[in-house]
Design a protein. Structure first.
Length: 128
């Protein structure tokens, strides 16, 4: 009985870990699907957020004209992002949050970027 319980808990932990790691991958696929390119831009913004250890990567979202339209900050976990926001004194105006990701919109169609960031088809919502 004990081995079965331990095995079950291990499987749940593995599944949770795989799902948690897929947030950035899914967001990147969604942006690519609608004509945006996502690139790691850590070197360009390495001083952002005082280079907190919880910050994994910084990504740039570029439109078809290679214009930076948004920045995505990937934290090590949702809890790490919670702690960072709390330590910084609260939410950041103009940002969106999706699990362990924080998005700052630069320019472009904010509604489209928001829908894609949360995994929705912008055409489905905006062409009604």
């Amino acid at each position: 009985m004990r081995k079965k319980l331990l095995f079950f808990i291990s499987i749940l932990f593995l599944l949770f870990s795989l799902l948690a790691c897929s947030t950035m991958n899914q967001v990147e696929k969604d942006f690519n699907k609608y004509g945006y390119e996502v690139k790691i831009i850590n070197d360009d913004y390495n001083d952002d957020f005082n280079a907190t250890e919880a910050l994994e990567n910084i990504y740039g979202v570029y439109d078809s004209k290679d214009l930076l339209v948004a920045r995505l900050y990937e934290f090590s976990s949702s809890g790490a992002l919670d702690k960072f926001i709390e330590d910084a004194g609260g939410e950041f105006p103009g940002t969106l949050r999706n699990k362990e990701l924080l998005m700052f919109s630069e320019v472009g169609d904010y509604a489209v970027l928001t829908l894609i960031f949360f995994g929705h088809d912008p055409n489905e919502f905006l062409n009604r």
